[in-house]
Design a protein around this ligand. Structure first.
Ligand code: CA
Length: 170
């Protein structure tokens, strides 16, 4: 699962990027709006965390263009505490959710899982080896009727094992 972060504030970009990598996401990070639009044309990401105040092209414009091009990729906008109008505009332009700075990393991860789950079509398929199945969008493993919510490490391990079954013998 690959996430694009669009954030010109290096402290926030760094913190979010680390948190996502920690949670076993692949992460790309760009710091201006035109780079964001360009990289999103590649269709390689499953979700976007989008700051509004950005150099070159602001976040709302990036979002508007993205939706105009027919993309349904989940977008969470990141706004300042007093950015009520930006939030409303963002939702009107087709954002899936928003986070107000400063935000808690765990809340960010939960909201990310939620928007990806809601747009199941974009999410990676459920992996299974016939005994255990794993839904990368929700991080839920299932064995028979029992569900397990995994830690980041457990998830990363199980994900790798289900993707490369031979690896367990090596
Ligand atoms: Ca900014």
């Amino acid at each position: 699962m690959r996430i694009l972060i669009v954030e010109d504030d290096h402290m926030i970009g760094e913190a979010v990027s680390l948190a996502l990598k920690d949670a076993a996401y692949a992460v790309d990070w760009v710091t201006d709006g035109s780079s964001a639009s360009r990289i999103l044309e590649g269709n390689e990401h499953q979700a976007v965390l989008l700051d509004i105040g950005l150099p070159k092209r602001d976040g709302l414009e990036v979002l508007r263009l993205l939706r105009q091009q027919g993309s349904t990729i989940p977008v969470i906008i990141i706004t300042a505490r007093d950015g009520v109008e930006d939030r409303i505009k963002g939702l009107d332009f087709g954002a899936d959710d928003y986070l107000v700075q400063p935000f808690d990393v765990n809340e960010l991860l939960a909201r990310l899982r939620a928007v990806i789950r809601r747009k199941g079509g974009q999410a990676a398929p459920v992996l299974s080896n016939g005994m255990v199945s794993l839904d990368p969008a929700t991080r839920e493993a299932r064995r028979g009727d029992t569900k397990y919510l995994l830690s980041s490490r457990e998830f990363a391990l199980l994900h790798a094992l289900l993707l490369h079954p031979g690896a367990i013998l090596a």
